[in-house]
Design a protein around this ligand. Structure first.
Ligand code: NDP
Length: 240
């Protein structure tokens, strides 16, 4: 029960990596709140005792009112995992302004919105762990992902600046950069693209969402208290 009495928010926790993170924190005793944008299997999360709220991360007013409600109910927010993310892939020449904006607003502004909203309650308690899910695309770039790579590179810069701003308040801010994780987001890639990735991954396999949640939990625990401002790749050795 490593996270007993900790209050944890996981954005985009309804499926994929976020779901695994949320369920894993719950198993370790935390009070867990997930957000989603479109739909959620409410019965499933109710049965686990995980609270779920529809809240578009790109909407700062919705984010602020949700975090205020959580603080009212639980008195604090200990851990924030900024996991919600979308892709709208396409070559830059053909990429619409709308597809650029959706990805930047969700993946980058969404992280800003949530960090801004939890900062005051965390500073008040002089305790906080923030983990932002970025991507190796934000480090390496990826053809067809100019919007996504820019958003995820932005998250890495944001992580470093905020880590420096909040360090004196005992708040650690780190990023996790997954490579290829088996979720709905990657299901939609063609077999050719998947095979190409596989060929260049030294460990010669994709990862499960549970492997990412183990790293997120380490960075959210007091075992990693001297780590801040870092981006840790979990990618089978693709980036090294
Ligand atoms: P999924 O597509 O499986 O799940 C995305 C989650 O984000 C869903 O819960 C979705 O909710 C939520 N979400 C999307 N947009 C919003 C929004 N505007 N507001 C609130 N919630 C939103 O993604 P993954 O689990 O694969 O990815 C999770 C994170 O990991 C993302 O940030 C992604 O970029 C990153 N990542 C994933 C990799 C992979 O290989 N899968 C590799 C590298 C990084 P809803 O269903 O309601 O839209």
């Amino acid at each position: 029960m490593e996270f007993k009495d900790k209050v944890v928010i996981v954005t985009g926790g309804s499926r994929g990596i976020g779901k695994s993170i949320a369920e894993s924190f719950k198993q370790d005793g935390a009070e867990v709140i997930i957000t989603y944008k479109n739909s959620v299997n409410g019965e499933h999360f109710d049965s686990l005792g995980i609270k779920h709220f529809q809240c578009d991360v790109a909407d700062i007013k919705a984010v602020q009112s949700l975090t205020e409600e959580i603080v009212k109910q639980f008195g604090k927010i200990d851990i924030l995992v900024n996991n919600a993310g979308v892709t709208k892939d396409g070559l830059l020449m053909r990429m619409s302004e709308e597809d650029w904006d959706i990805v930047i607003d969700t993946n980058l502004k969404g992280v800003f919105n949530f960090i801004k909203s939890v900062t005051r309650p965390m500073m008040g308690k002089r305790y906080g762990k923030i983990v932002n899910i970025t991507s190796i695309s934000g480090i390496m770039g990826n053809p067809g992902q100019a919007n996504y790579s820019a958003s995820k590179a932005g998250v890495i810069g944001l992580t470093k600046s905020v880590a420096k701003e909040l360090a004196s308040r005992n708040i650690n801010v780190n990023a996790v950069a997954p490579g290829f994780i088996e979720t709905e987001m990657t299901d939609k890639l063609s077999d050719d693209v998947k095979q190409n990735y596989l060929n260049s991954i030294p460990l010669k396999r994709f990862a499960s969402a549970d492997e990412v949640s183990a790293l997120v939990k380490f960075l959210s625990s007091d075992k990693s208290s001297y780590i801040t401002g870092q981006t840790i790749c979990i990618d089978g050795g693709l980036v090294m």
